[in-house]
Design a binder for this molecule. Structure first.
Ligand SMILES: Nc1nc2c(ncn2[C@@H]2O[C@H](COP(=O)(O)OP(=O)(O)O)[C@@H](O)[C@H]2O)c(=O)[nH]1
Ligand SMILES: [Mg+2]
Length: 260
């Protein structure tokens, strides 16, 4: 399998069916894929709706947290359960456009295997409220300044990356907002790609402007600390025993790669 599309959802019952249709339309015939929804303790009809769709969509899988653990934990659950080498994430409310995934996929396929690449969506024209757009603009500016992640829209839900890369990253609540900085810390590369963004048609936003501010500052300090406390060995050298010629001799194999 090529690609696992991981979608965290909380109370998105009405948005799911159209989103699944769009994902299939974008990926059918292009890649071998699965769609992994991670329900995070929804109290609406999300699980029923997903079960109904799973019966008619063979590539759809449903994972469920029994209690609400947050968007980052749901993404991690999906990535861990994923069967493909590559992961695409997107929001479950339909604001991200699945039609952007093929371009991201093509870019990923052209890139060398090392260093590992994350492609981050960049919502050129955000279709959110004025307060959310400005809140996000300020958060991205502060984040970019303090973390030097060179990513204009770190919070965009649409991203594509190797599964193994994500699983190497430190995990904490709301780490999904810091993925570019964490990937750079791991020796990876991040490229931003302009993507479409749409108005939420159904359901309500789960995040207000101020509810993330306090903990967001603590997260930012935590990621700054993580980035400072990193040591990379650079080239990895494996020293192998050459048993054919002389049991005590060693042959040095220089692997032209980084540790990752
Ligand atoms: N699994 C999980 N998903 C969540 C949670 N909160 C939000 N989401 C999902 O994360 C995505 C983005 O949330 P949304 O409310 O649209 O945020 P906004 O676009 O910033 O207003 C949507 O798919 C939500 O269903 C949560 O606590 N757990
Ligand atoms: Mg949204």
């Amino acid at each position: 399998m090529d690609l696992s599309v991981v979608i965290p959802v909380k109370n998105e019952a009405e948005s799911i069916a159209p989103l699944v249709g769009e994902i299939c339309a974008a990926l059918d015939g292009l890649v071998e894929y699965e769609i992994l929804f991670v329900d995070d303790g929804s109290s609406d009809a999300t699980v029923g709706e997903l079960s109904r769709l799973a019966a008619e969509t063979p590539q759809l899988r449903l994972l469920r947290h029994w209690r609400n653990c947050g968007q980052s934990a749901a993404i991690r659950t999906g990535v861990r359960a994923a069967r493909a080498t590559w992961i695409a994430t997107l929001d479950g409310d339909g604001q991200n456009d699945p039609a952007d995934i093929p371009a991201m996929w093509r870019l990923a396929r052209q890139a060398p295997e090392k260093p590992p690449l994350m492609i981050a969506g960049y919502r050129r024209k955000r279709k959110d409220t004025w307060s959310k757009r400005w809140g996000s603009r300020i958060a991205n500016a502060v984040r970019g300044r303090l973390l030097a992640d060179h990513t204009p829209d770190a919070g965009c839900g649409l991203k594509l990356f190797p599964r193994a890369l994500f699983l190497d990253l430190p995990h904490f609540d709301h780490m999904h907002r810091f993925l570019p900085a964490l990937v750079l810390r791991e020796g990876g590369v991040v490229r931003s790609m302009g993507v479409n963004h749409r108005t939420r048609q159904k359901g309500v936003s789960k995040y207000g402007l101020f509810d993330r501010l306090g903990v967001g500052i603590i997260d930012l300090l935590g990621v700054m600390w993580l980035r400072r406390r990193t040591a990379h060995p650079g080239l990895l050298e494996e020293i192998a025993r050459d048993s054919d010629n002389d049991a005590s001799a060693i042959s040095r194999v220089r692997m032209a790669s980084t540790l990752r």
